[in-house]
Design a protein around this ligand. Structure first.
Ligand code: ATR
Length: 285
């Protein structure tokens, strides 16, 4: 036992690269559990920590001076971080948000892996070309998902509680806006919830009327706590295909891992870790 502990500690040495997530709050993040496991599995000499950051400017100064090699960026810093970076790749620039930072030779570059992460979870189930896709929400997650769907040729419809915000995003994506009160009349093959509605502790909330869920639809939820949200349960009961939030979370993290290390990520192992941890958490609730 003691030897095993020593083995673990001895993995950390003067060459160990430091990575982490910055956000506020970050206590709930599954990033450390998942990324450290993957570093170990893939033989990467790295450690990933959670940093609860309020003062972004000084945190980025720390990233530079301590040579932190990579960051995951989460709420509320995804947009604000852009002004502190040396470069932002084209996709992240178009989306207007960064969820991944890579430090190479002192240069900090921002990326956005949310769009590809979300869309690859969906395209594993169906081709988006010429399909009507209803995006519920108009925040940062909706923007990323919207750009991803657009890139894959889906026809986008947006609905949102705050009409002006929804209309603004719809205009940017060249999409149609529909008030929430009208969406049960819409026939869309694919529906994606990008709001936090249904997230613990409010697990009985649902972002759309269950009556609009019909057989043959594909319903995706970006909420992953709980994994089976009320929306996904209702969708399954209605005969829809479902894509849970773990898929998007894991896919975006897998792309991050590759950006940081140049290696292919063990996606299935990552998925297993997050499912196990989620089951453990919901058992503890
Ligand atoms: P994020 O960057 O994670 O997308 P955000 O920018 O705060 O976060 O956006 C959250 C989205 O969830 C918004 O579309 C928000 O609707 P409003 O624009 O009306 O605020 C939506 N949302 C959050 N809580 C909601 C609720 N209880 N009911 C309906 N929509 C909600």
């Amino acid at each position: 036992m003691v030897f095993e502990k020593m083995e673990k500690v001895s993995r950390i040495n003067t060459n160990t690269a430091l990575y982490g997530v910055i956000g506020h709050p970050v206590a709930h993040s599954m990033g450390p559990l998942m990324h450290n496991h993957v570093f170990e599995e893939c033989g990467v000499n790295g450690v990933y920590l959670a940093f609860d950051v309020i003062d972004l400017a000084s945190a980025i100064a720390g990233v530079r001076s301590l040579n932190i090699r990579g960051l995951s960026v989460t709420i509320p810093h995804k947009v604000a971080i852009m002004e502190y970076l040396d470069a932002v790749d084209e996709t992240a620039e178009r989306i207007g948000a960064v969820n991944t930072v890579v430090q190479r030779d002192g240069i900090l570059t921002g990326y956005n892996t949310d769009a590809d992460g979300a869309v690859s979870a969906l395209t594993a189930k169906m081709d988006l070309r010429n399909e009507d896709v209803l995006i519920v929400g108009a925040g940062g997650a909706a923007r990323a998902v919207g750009f991803g769907v657009k890139h894959r040729g889906g026809r986008i419809h947006i609905t949102n509680r705050t009409v002006e915000k929804g209309e603004r995003l719809a205009a940017e994506l060249n999409a149609e806006f529909h008030p929430l009160a009208d969406i049960d009349r819409l026939t869309c093959r694919i529906l994606i919830n990008t709001t936090s509605v249904g997230m613990a502790p409010d697990i009985d909330d649902i972002p759309v009327p269950p009556a609009m869920l019909r057989p043959g639809m594909c319903v995706m939820d970006i909420v992953y706590n709980p994994v089976r949200t009320r929306l996904l349960k209702a969708a399954e009961a209605a005969g829809c295909e479902i894509v849970d939030g773990v898929s998007m979370f894991v896919n975006q993290a897998a792309i991050q891992f590759s950006l940081w290390t140049g290696k292919a990520a063990p996606v299935e192992a990552m998925r297993r870790i997050v499912y196990d941890a989620s089951r453990h958490l919901s058992g503890a609730r």
